[in-house]
Design a protein around this ligand. Structure first.
Ligand code: PLP
Length: 402
């Protein structure tokens, strides 16, 4: 009998785990071991030669980590997956794997700050260049492709401006020019968007965020369309750079992932209510949310995402001082970077996540001094709105005093 493909909500709970080979343990066991003993010398030889499947050493694979990898490959629709010690370890592994000296990487106009930092290091040390462009149309992408371009690297929605990259346009341009496509899918999670379905070769996540969802793990996952190529990456850049995920973090992630669909729907239910609430607030100048009717690329969002996500950015009246006063006036909502946790978090990109970006560049990207980013949590939304409301009232009374 052919195994029927599990639906998303089932796969996040069951995929990749067979209790019958784990003493019938319902929960995935934590294999907290660095190495594995061979039955005899010949078995060791066969495993090193790749002639026999089996464990060798945990930097090359671990049974707990493997369950997470198989589950992630399945829910992103890939042929294989690799778990890393951080999102940045996944980013650096794939960029090192895909490029050599002299190549060019074409990036979406906004990318995670440390990804930008990594690309700067690659440019300075190895002559691997990059450029950042808007990717709404295929033309915009084609115009920026150079003879030495090898990779299109995108994030969508872009942090923190919620600008979108048109994944269909990326697919078309990449096909035409034979380029590899990598998508950082952290903001959407596999529940909302599956870039491999849009022709991407690789999709990666900071597992620190929605995948884990409980704010207690730093991790990364890379999923690839081609199983064999993923095995090559496992046995080259992952093994030799060594940025692997620990078994304990994989164990926590397996637990977190089981509720991904339930959590995401609640994050988004809350976010939609907060977007509507912010529309009625006069201290709010501009709201950035992919499924908001005012978003200039809403139709692109609806073509590639199932729902709008749990992140909202908004601009306040005033400047940096008012934004900081607003953050300070909140009490239930915590001031913190990171996202996708049960707790609602707020941050000020101009002085926090994007402080390293030069002011002119920030302005070009649409990150003003009064922009704040909210990662909507799982609390009761009435409590969240009450906290926002009292903070708005405080900054308004401050404004009147001037
Ligand atoms: C957090 C984040 C990363 C980096 O992940 P770490 O787990 O912190 O290394 C990469 N991309 C995006 C979009 C992120 O939000």
């Amino acid at each position: 009998m052919m195994k029927q493909k599990m639906k998303f909500e089932t796969a996040v709970i069951h995929e990749g785990y067979d209790s019958s080979v784990h003493h019938d343990s319902l929960a995935t066991p934590l294999y907290q071991t660095s190495t594995y003993s061979f039955a005899n010398a010949e078995q060791g030889e066969a495993r090193f030669a790749g002639e026999q499947d089996g464990n060798i050493y945990s930097r090359l694979g671990n049974p707990t980590v493997r369950v997470l990898e198989q589950r992630m490959a399945e829910i992103e629709g890939g042929g294989g997956a690799l778990a890393f010690g951080s999102g940045m370890a996944a980013v650096s592994a794939i960029l090192v794997y895909l490029t050599k000296a002299g190549d060019h990487v074409l990036c979406s106009r906004g990318i995670y700050g440390c990804t930008f930092g990594l690309l700067e290091i690659m440019q300075e040390k190895y002559g691997i260049t990059h450029s950042l462009i808007a990717m709404t149309t295929e033309e915009q992408i084609e115009q920026a492709i150079r003879p030495e371009t090898k990779v299109i690297y995108v994030e969508t929605p872009i942090n923190p401006t919620m600008e979108l990259v048109n994944l269909r346009a990326v697919e078309a341009a990449a096909k035409k020019y034979g380029l590899r496509v990598v998508v950082d899918n952290t903001f959407s999670s596999p529940y909302l968007q599956n870039p491999l379905e849009f022709g991407a070769d690789f999709v990666l996540h900071s597992a620190t965020k929605y995948l884990n969802g409980h704010g207690d793990v730093i991790g990364g996952v890379l999923v690839g369309a081609d199983a064999e190529e993923m095995q090559t990456i496992r046995m080259t850049v992952q093994k030799d750079f060594g940025g692997i995920m620990s078994p304990f973090d994989a164990w926590l992630l397996i637990r977190g992932l089981k509720t991904l669909h339930v959590r995401m729907d609640r994050h988004i239910d809350n976010a939609e209510k907060i977007v509507a609430f912010l529309h009625g607030e006069q201290a709010v100048k501009r709201i950035l949310y992919p499924f908001d009717a005012g978003h200039p690329q809403m139709s692109i969002a609806k073509n590639q995402m199932r729902r709008g996500g749990g992140l909202i950015s908004f601009e306040l009246e005033g400047g940096k001082k008012q934004a900081q006063e607003f953050l300070n006036a909140l009490s239930l909502i915590k001031i913190a970077v990171s996202l996708g946790d049960a707790e609602t978090l707020i941050q000020h990109p101009a002085t926090m996540t994007h402080a390293v970006v030069p002011p002119e560049e920030r302005e070009r990207m649409g990150i003003s001094d009064s922009l704040v980013r909210l990662s909507v949590g799982l609390e009761n939304v009435e409590d969240l709105m009450a906290d926002l409301e009292q903070a708005f009232a405080q900054i308004k009374s401050n404004l009147q005093e001037i």
